[in-house]
Design a binder for this molecule. Sequence first.
Ligand SMILES: [Zn+2]
Length: 476
Amino acid sequence: MADDTLPLQGHIIPVRTVQETNPNFEFAKAYVVEIIQKYASQVIKVLDTAYPKDPNQPLTHIRRFVKADFLPDHLKTLVGRQDTSDRLIDVPTIFVLIPPPVSDIDQLRALITPFVPARRLTRSINATGTGEEKEPTIPHDANENTAIETPSTFPILHTSIPIHPALSIQQAETWSRTNWPTSYNAAAARAIIAPPPKTLTDIQADIAPNAGLYLGLARSVAREAKALGRGRGIGVVVVDHAMTSATGDMNIRNANARHGVVAVAGDARYCARGIDKNALKGDGSYQAECEGGPEFHAIMRAVEMIAGQRRGDGEVSTDSIDSGRTITHTTPALTPLESHYLKKMREVTSPPAPVESTPLAEAAAGILPRSAGGYLCTDLDMYITHEPCLTCSMAMLLSRFRAITFPRRGRLVTGGLASEPVPGLETGERENYYGLHWRKELNWRAVCFEFVEDMDDGRPGFLQDDGVEAVGEYHA
Ligand SMILES: [Zn+2]
């Protein structure tokens, strides 16, 4: 059965992140003060104590100190007009950037005062004979990036700084002129918005050789789910790449070597309690009343199977069903394919790895139980016949998968992973591209690939009904 599975022919390409496809740069207000150069390190100490750095915004791309000649244009103009003739001593100075958050400008002024160049006080005598300090004057600039805080003894300038690194040298140069001197680092730039290049190429090298094979198996799982009437023709295969590496056979062609598969799961939405399969129109259209919830989707079922193995408590029965009768339990029984792979994994997993285990032995030992440090789905890879729905995409992230791959033909309008239309193709109905696999605001990120089949004519969607669910408006 599984061994008759035909691998898909084609290649994988990384799915870009939404920040790569549609960069949306954010800026924040920051202050700039001219200080005596030799106090630079003291100033940093004082500022960092008063305003602890936000670990989520390291701002390592922003230069902390800048000489007058390298100020951005609008500040250079302002400073150039400044009258420095009242300085007591002509000492070398430098400009320090004070990034957000700064809540109290008076406090900032008090902190910085000991380090700014001393000025001669010019007193103007008014009619009552009281003197008042004359402010050093800098003309106000209309540029909205620039204004001068009400100075008491020295000017505090401000500008806006990019809170994320530049994506190109050109962008860094532009920002350096218009906002604040900004450095460019290719790896840092991508880490925020996209997988770091080395991470991406390493994982891609792992995934590429066998992606077609695993997706072929996922299709078999999908066909089974549909043939048994358990759910839509959607299937998922979960692989431990460390196990395939441990076999030394990256060119897997038979079931024995295929033991990198730790679980397979088909869709089972028609097995949900209260679903009347007889009400199905049979045309594949979306019928809310006949679709069990996401817990019956293939990804959620695979995650539950792995959780069961991690627990090692036998909560997931490997008993399979032979017919498509509706199962009224919360967890449907397993299909023959699901049961086959789960049993095989059980055999590999027990007996437990020897105490003095080598990394290779550990890798070959199957899913590590929780007691041996196994945690969620960390480091596992997923192959699925269709682009998963938003809920399953989030479940994939929360389970901490390493990577997910789906065929470009399996893109769905309800999918959560694609980040842009298929290049060169008008896709009218789909409006939302979430790219959930790699979002800077989420606390876990996975690498995502689309499998482009050799037979693809650029058009997404399964063309014929070969037992796999035709592309439609349902959730996978
Ligand atoms: Zn789903």
